[in-house]
Design a protein around this ligand. Structure first.
Ligand code: BES
Ligand code: ZN
Length: 875
């Protein structure tokens, strides 16, 4: 690769594009091997530039004409992908004809073929793989799109906006013409052509307009779209009610495709989805997948305003649309389901994905300053920390103030390409609040560490809160951040105590403190005894919190905190303290392993408490993950963590066998016949959490096998299979085989079969993985399958991936190098866990570095993979 293709793009170098695109007319002659694209751009000069430069990638140029005249070769050049037309007039019409090969497009960016249908993926920079164009989000224009294709093979022809014409052509071909009345950037362009089944519904907006809703899927999958359609209608209603935002066209199309790099894409009025984010029925989808579908459908729909009507000025502003839209889909899910359980899941994800990123070599701010390949910046930081930043503004301004800010943001920026600064300015101006310091959340990387100490004397309780952020690559010095920090105080009897600050009259049960300084001391008065503080309730701030809580304090909060999230958190931190102490004790060979009996008892009490939501009790029963524990250690003890966690799971199972048997039976019965509701899912979650503990004992293999056989839904079947998968019992192989044979023709379910084996704790997991690479159903060209097997192994099987001989690392790197040519976006994502070498023991450190060096030494390294490998490898 030429070094200039690895150029660093910087936010500080942003400059507007020197031309306006007044309209774009695209004509596609679709053919899998050779598609011809005829593009007509009307352009007006708006800045200082003699030459017109258009982006392009992997295009075959056929002809260029300017104002109707074909240009001689000396008037233009193509270089490093882009097309430069020299000395153009102030106004011009440029016609460019190019050819592309959709069937050979394994990167799945631009126009490609998935299961015999044409589809597109243009975000972030895929449009330049379709035609020459200023492929940047601040260049917006009106699109007219003509699609021509064989009618028998591609009866359905879709693009953005409204269909304004269609008809027959000769040779069995037909055409359709689409016009999108809204200006849009190129990344929101889409087309689909295929033989598809339509699932149809309508939605009446609150202003009384009827919208046609269609979900297009492969023939036979129609019945699996009902839940997605329901979710779409719920999302449309919710956005009207909560944000006052209504859909703006008369038609909304959604298409499901099987080969897709991401979950889904918000193309204007033509959302394209990974099939796994649409298709569901009880026999094939788990509760978690139903919930995922509901959230993704909502997320992409919500982008119609936060992303499409108001888009990003440049890709550094990605969190403007993604952080905000993730926050919106989180609010939606919280309203549809249990808010505290949703919050717990969000925090789990944040800790599992974002905190490690923020503490490692790939740390970057929510609004990054530079990138080599933008595909690498669709990160947990931009998405999930970005959503936390919006959530903090929501908390600081209150729901009403936040809504005023949104209204002003929409009023100011509708139809334009905006920045994160614009968003905060709207929040600030609508509320007359100063958010200058708050904006550091956008520019400063790293997870703040907040340390709390306390003191009680003469009825006055003092909380001293210190914040500090460690250096991250390129940012040695950190400033204090402005954050909301909600607290409550509990008495020794578990009752809430009044929270009253010295000098104030009013008191409340809970209070949002605002932290701005490196250190604060808050003095609370009127307290009869030293309280137990409940800190960062609801995870108001996305921080690592260090408290002086004793085991007894944790148990008290676990049993009595009125903030449900904080109750769960107390249990997690209690378990974390014990597990880390156990790991340390094992490592130094001492017998000082902590006594877990009180924790185990407290856990049992929560699990048995019928006044609590079953979904919440299931969350309490799930111990912190091995990765989360690893994050808390200076040098990660892979085996020690695994052993300590397994030992605690066995202690819990041994202490509560009867409880778990009764929970499994009661809640399995309470769930009743399957329906994908939050309530049913809660019962199943608790029953299956209990089953997982019971299943640690091989004597309970029959119980799991019986559940597998009799389950009327995939959630219960998978829960049983997961138990068997980790047991050395004859039912293991038999059940896996049965599952394979039953679902071998259903790609989404077959993915689960691949994943189960990638997650196996058995010592022969790597041999099995290599066998599976050769399985006829395995393909490196389908991202779902790659993630199911390789992604699951590298991200969720620490004991297998970090095998002491380094075979796990070598296995991963072999796959990444295969993807270097096939699909570098997916390859780069898979490589990320290799950046963790810094915190491993010396042997693993050396093995991981050696594998990263092997990546960097590979010839023709794609930009995506080069960027991750080089940053991950840096000392
Ligand atoms: N705009 C993205 C999809 C995307 C990202 C396409 C990067 C191409 C490159 C979409 O809105 C999105 O964020 N999808 C998420 C799911 C969502 C629920 C967070 C995804 O695809 O995982
Ligand atoms: Zn999104």
């Amino acid at each position: 690769m030429k070094t200039d293709e690895r150029r660093v793009i910087r936010l500080s170098e942003y400059a507007p594009y020197p031309f306006r695109v007044d309209s774009l007319d695209l004509v596609f002659d679709l053919d899998p091997a050779k598609t011809r694209v005829h593009s007509t751009l009307a352009l007006t000069r708006s800045g200082h530039a003699d030459d017109l430069v258009l982006d392009g990638d992997d295009l075959t140029l056929v002809s260029v004409s300017l104002d109707g005249k074909e240009l001689p070769a000396d008037r233009y050049s193509t270089d490093g992908g882009s097309l430069t037309v020299r000395d153009v007039p102030d106004r011009l019409t440029l016609e460019v004809v190019t050819e592309i090969a959709p069937a050979d497009n394994t990167k799945l960016e631009g126009l490609y073929v998935s299961d015999g249908m044409f589809c597109t993926q243009c975000e972030a920079e895929g449009f330049r793989r379709i035609t020459y164009f200023p492929d940047r989000p601040d260049v917006m224009t009106r699109y007219k799109v003509t699609l021509r294709a064989d009618k028998a093979a591609y009866p359905v022809l879709l693009s953005n906006g409204n269909r304004v014409d269609q008809g027959k052509l000769k040779d069995g071909r037909h055409y359709a013409v689409w016009e999108d009345p809204f200006n849009k950037p190129s990344y929101l362009f889409a087309l689909v052509a295929g033989d598809l089944e339509r699932v149809h519904d309508t939605f009446r907006t609150r202003s009384g307009r009827d919208i046609e809703l269609n979900i297009w899927v492969e023939h036979g999958n129609g019945p699996r779209c009902a839940f997605a359609m329901q979710s779409l209608k719920k999302a449309m209603t919710w956005d009207e009610e909560v944000y006052g935002l209504e859909y703006d066209l008369d038609l909304f199309n959604v298409v499901a495709v099987s080969a897709f790099n991401m979950g889904a894409m918000e193309n204007k009025s033509l959302n394209i989805f990974n099939a796994k984010a649409i298709l569901a029925d009880p026999d094939t989808a788990t509760d978690a997948e139903y919930e995922y579908i509901e959230a993704v459908v909502a997320h992409e729909y919500f982008h119609n305003w936060t992303g499409n009507r108001i888009t990003c000025r440049d890709w550094f502003q990605l969190s403007l649309k993604e952080g905000l839209t993730v926050f919106r889909d989180q609010q939606f899910s919280a309203d549809m389901r249990s808010a505290p359980v949703e919050r717990i899941n969000q925090v789990r994800t944040l800790r599992a994905r974002q905190f490690p990123e923020d503490g490692g070599p790939l740390a970057h701010p929510v609004r990054p300053d530079s990138y080599i390949e933008i595909n690498n910046f669709y990160t947990a930081t931009v998405y999930d920390k970005g959503a936390e930043v919006i959530r903090m503004m929501h908390r600081l301004l209150g729901a009403d103030g936040y809504r005023k800010g949104i209204d002003l943001y929409v009023a100011r920026h509708d139809g334009t390409a905006a920045t994160c600064d614009d968003f905060v300015a709207a929040m600030q101006d609508a509320n007359r609040r100063d958010l200058l310091q708050f904006k550091r959340w956008y520019s400063q990387a790293g997870t703040p560490q907040v340390e709390v100490s306390d003191h009680f004397a003469d009825g006055v309780y003092s909380l001293t809160i210190r914040q500090h952020t460690d250096p991250t690559p390129g940012q040695p010095d950190k400033q204090p951040l402005h954050m909301p920090f909600e607290i409550g105080l509990l008495g020794r009897d578990g009752a809430s105590l009044p929270v009253r600050l010295e000098g104030e009259v009013a008191y409340t049960d809970s209070r949002v403190l605002e932290l701005r300084e490196a250190e604060h001391t808050f003095r609370f008065v009127g307290l009869p005894e030293k309280p137990v503080p409940s800190l960062n309730r609801g995870f108001t701030a996305p921080i690592r919190l260090k408290t002086a809580h004793s085991a007894a304090d944790r148990a008290l909060l676990m049993a009595h905190d009125p903030d449900t999230f904080a109750r769960w958190e107390a249990g997690q931190q209690y378990a974390t303290d014990l597990l880390l102490a156990a790991v340390a004790a094992r490592a130094d060979g001492s017998n000082s392993a902590p006594d877990t009996a009180e924790f185990v008892a407290a856990l049992g009490q929560c699990a048995a408490d019928d006044s609590l939501d079953p979904a919440f009790r299931a969350q309490v029963l799930a111990l912190p993950s091995e990765d989360y524990l690893a994050e808390q250690m200076a040098v990660i003890d892979v085996e020690g963590i695994h052993a300590a966690r397994e030992a605690l799971r066995r202690d819990i199972a041994a202490a509560h066998g009867d409880l778990f048997r009764s929970l499994r039976d009661t809640h399995r019965a309470a769930a009743g016949p399957f329906a994908p509701t939050a309530e049913g899912a809660g019962h199943r979650a608790l029953a299956n959490a209990a089953l997982a503990y019971l299943g640690l004992d091989p004597a309970n293999a029959d119980l799991a096998a019986e559940q597998y056989r009799t389950a009327d839904n995939m959630t219960d079947a998978m829960a049983a299979l997961r138990v068997l998968n980790d047991l050395e019992v004859p039912q293991r192989v038999a059940t896996l085989e049965h599952f394979h044979d039953r679902f071998k023709d259903d790609p989404l379910v077959l993915d689960k079969w691949f994943s189960l084996q990638a997650l196996s704790q058995r010592p022969d997991v790597l041999d099995r993985l290599r066998e599976l690479l050769a399985h006829p159903a395995f393909s490196m060209r389908n991202p779902n399958r790659v993630r199911a097997l390789i992604g699951a192994f590298a991200n969720s099987n620490p004991i297998g991936f970090h095998a002491a001989d380094g075979r796990g690392y070598a296995f991963l790197v072999d796959r990444v190098l295969e993807l270097n040519t096939l699909n570098p976006l997916i390859g780069a994502r898979l490589l990320q866990p290799m950046g963790r070498w810094r915190r491993m023991d010396d042997t693993r450190k050396a093995l991981m570095k050696q594998e990263l060096d092997r990546v960097l030494a590979a010839p023709d390294l794609a930009r995506d993979i080069y960027e991750i490998a080089s940053k991950a490898r840096a000392e």
